[in-house]
Design a protein around this ligand. Structure first.
Ligand SMILES: Cc1cc2nc3c(=O)[nH]c(=O)nc-3n(C[C@H](O)[C@H](O)[C@H](O)COP(=O)(O)O)c2cc1C
Length: 248
């Protein structure tokens, strides 16, 4: 597992440094220095500040128990759209609720937003960390557009959409590009958030702007995945401050 982590950190560093797209991921740099540098290169101004500010809580109930795409109230003009994985994960070990899911739920709880989890149509993602990194890497190299399950809720009623995912190899997971390209986000305010273990927001905001022309992209938030699992009070505070900046 250590080898995978090192490769991951090195690749993330390289990607963050050159601002490259998913398809242009480079070979990893030397391990120790890359792992250190990855923290230093949390250069995503806003988001890194927020994530470095460490963060907080989650009642781990809501979204995991609600079917993906469920909108029990159907009355909000705000949506939280996210992708997240359970199973073996970097730093936190085996988890039964994904790090990003925890943050997504916090946002939904604080804003009253509807929640939609992006699930793969064919869940080919391994639940062991090293294998997952291999599959994710291959998808990046192939510039793949993995299919997601079902359809997003009708976006017509939503003016603000929080969009979150784990950083995978310094970028959005490729399945999120499928979401961006298969749906019309023009005219919406899109607010990205990431969970990560060193890469911060990893350019999620810029990449979202590129992928969703016509949308306005707001200030993002980056949360350490391990904090989402283990420091939830802190994370909830950071989420709250960030939401307040967005007028929530
Ligand atoms: C395939 C894969 C690639 C990853 N790449 C990065 C990365 O480039 N930079 C980083 O900081 N963390 C990386 N991580 C760590 C995850 O971003 C982090 O653990 C995240 O919180 C997982 O969120 P989730 O539980 O919602 O899936 C990677 C994890 C996986 C599984």
């Amino acid at each position: 597992m250590k080898k995978g982590i090192v490769l991951l950190a090195a690749a993330a560093l390289l990607l963050a440094g050159c601002g490259s797209s998913a398809a242009s991921a480079s070979a990893p740099a030397p391990a120790e220095s890359a792992a250190e540098s990855i923290k230093e290169t949390q250069s995503e101004t806003v988001s890194t500040e927020t994530s470095a500010a460490e963060q907080t809580e989650a009642d781990t109930s809501a979204a995991a128990e609600a079917p993906a795409g469920t909108n029990p109230e159907g009355s909000s003009d705000t949506l939280v759209l996210y992708f997240s994985r359970t199973g073996e994960q970097y730093v936190v070990g085996v988890i039964d609720k994904g790090n990003t899911a925890i943050v997504a739920e916090m946002i939904a709880e604080e804003t009253g937003a509807d929640l939609f989890e992006v699930l793969p149509a064919d869940d080919h993602y391994p639940t062991t960390y090293n294998e997952l990194t291999d599959v994710a890497r291959q998808e990046q190299n192939d510039n793949a557009r993995p299919a997601y399950s079902g359809e997003l809720p009708d976006l017509g009623g939503y003016s603000t959409i929080f969009i979150g995912a784990p950083v995978w190899w310094g970028d959005w997971p490729m399945i999120m590009y499928t979401v961006f390209e298969n749906n019309d986000f023009s005219g919406k305010t899109l607010i990205p958030f990431s969970t990560h273990e060193g890469s911060g927001l990893a350019g999620f905001d810029r990449k979202l702007e590129d992928a969703c022309p016509g949308a306005e992209v707001g200030k993002g938030l980056a949360v350490k995945g391990s904090d989402a699992q283990n420091e939830q009070e802190k994370v909830r505070e950071s989420v709250g401050s960030w939401l307040a900046e967005h007028g929530f």
